[in-house]
Ligand binder design. Sequence first.
Ligand SMILES: *Cc1c(COP(=O)(O)O)cnc(C)c1O
Length: 223
Amino acid sequence: MSITSNIANIRKQIPQQIKLVCVSKFHPDDAIVEAYNAGERVFGESKVQEMTGKYERLPKDIEWHFIGHLQSNKVKYIVPYVSLIHGVDSEKLLVEIDKQAHKAGRIVNCLLQVHIATEETKFGFDETELLDFCQNNRIKNYPNVQICGLMGMATFCSDKNIIESEFKQLKNIFEKLKSVYFVQNQSFDQLSMGMSDDFSIAIECGSTMVRIGSSIFGSRIYN
Ligand SMILES: *Cc1c(COP(=O)(O)O)cnc(C)c1O
């Protein structure tokens, strides 16, 4: 199957109002060009150096989304051009994004990552931390950051019930924050959840943005 036909197949399964992030990490430039020629403009990467190289070489109307675990010392490399940072998982990281965004003279769009999976290896705020952060209105300490919503990953497993309950939990947190703390903030409207194996469940549970890699580009080769 070609990338072009994979995209057509995925697009058929995603309602039009849902954003598709084509996760191109570990895939070469020409794979992205093929997806670009098929009409895709939003690409997700998880390594700073890899994303920055691709940004420099590829068409400038691509929206680059950073979806990986971001280290504070690397924030400065992506802030000048990144469209959305999905995985903001600590306040320490927000401090650095705000600082670099100020330097670059731009407002950087971010999603707060919520830890919903059972695996300890996954990152993110837990619900209590998130509520504490919002209740005390600490968001106002970061004027160069726009919080556009939440992101989460379900447990890596084949049990549909577990995945569904985790996505529902995330959707509930999202709705709670939206109706209590972000009422005045129209930009808080994105819920990034769903990958190749679970995007249909995520959409049923209220996802607004799916991040799909291997179903589009094939399996990744990690060196
Ligand atoms: C790699 C990755 C994806 C894409 O995963 P696939 O299973 O290949 O679709 C989505 N989200 C995050 C955060 C990732 O790291």
